[in-house]
Ligand binder design. Sequence first.
Ligand code: SAM
Ligand code: SF4
Length: 332
Amino acid sequence: MIGQGLVDTFHRKINYLRISITDRCNLRCLYCMPEEGVPLLGHESILSFEEILRVARVAIAMGITKVRITGGEPLVRKGLTSLIEELAALEGLRDISLTTNGVLLEKMAEELKRAGLKRLNISLDTLKADVYQRITRCGDIKRVLAGIEKARDVGFSPLKVNMVPMKGVNDGEILDFVAFAQDKDVEVRFIEFMPSREDEWRREAIIDSVDIIKTISSAYELTPLAAGEDAGPCKLFEIKGGGRCGVISPMSEHFCDTCNRLRLTADGKLRGCLFSEKERDLRSILRDEKCTDEAIAEVLRGAVHAKPEGHKYDESEDSSKNGGFKMSRVGG
Ligand code: SAM
Ligand code: SF4
């Protein structure tokens, strides 16, 4: 029966679907992609919007209430606004959010807001133009800053900025980002760096969230906030003098026992965990001409059932040793 709710083997209620709509990106962030990019999926391998909407409809009937669109860079996929519009029209979906690098946001913020997008996270790891160039290998920070302004102007609130501090790259900017949060009225979320490739970006670049908080507390008074419904794994703080910031600790403090997520990759695989290689192929089911909603529901249930109790980042062949888990395909 489709409408039975999604609860995994460890009694976690699954109500949040993250959908990667493309593996393509207009940046090449050091920690996410090699400079030359990743081998791209063929057009026919990527789920169409009709297929994504069909999965979303069934997932909502099973208890999914929140969807986040991610990638790759979601703003590079043509027709994104109409996908958001159609998702927003689905009864039962309480929240649609999107994560973007912000490069195309100045142009698109208004249409996204009008289409019904509720929340926006913008990734920005530095406030310095030269460091931005180094991290993204090709980006122009001015476009992202203009995108943030525009998103705020059209009414995305609270606007969230994701910053990944890395030793030796941008760790000197943590306090600048807190000032930025106050100044621009955005919520800055510091995310622990997750090394995912066999190169210079290894464990020594990780900055523990405890150290991030220590750095902030050296200059600002922080008051912890009670975990709100939309905080997810983020520990949030009120900054004395105005503004909020938070930390997300996928490395130092797993938040697996409260994980409510399921992920749909750009090529139609369902994953219970960012770090787990276990995937269920939904695309082949969707493309079978006899595909019923019940068949889709069965794959969703299977993926939820296979959701691991916790992530084994340290033991994961793919993530920490050969770095094969591709954030751009799975969706960060
Ligand atoms: N392109 C969009 C963007 O950059 O916001 C959406 C996809 S990106 C994969 C989603 C998030 O994953 C970004 O905030 C990015 O900083 C984060 N991310 C990617 N690789 C990461 C890594 N190795 N460690 C921590 N965060 C990472
Ligand atoms: Fe692109 Fe986002 Fe990955 Fe950077 S983090 S390369 S913007 S997908």
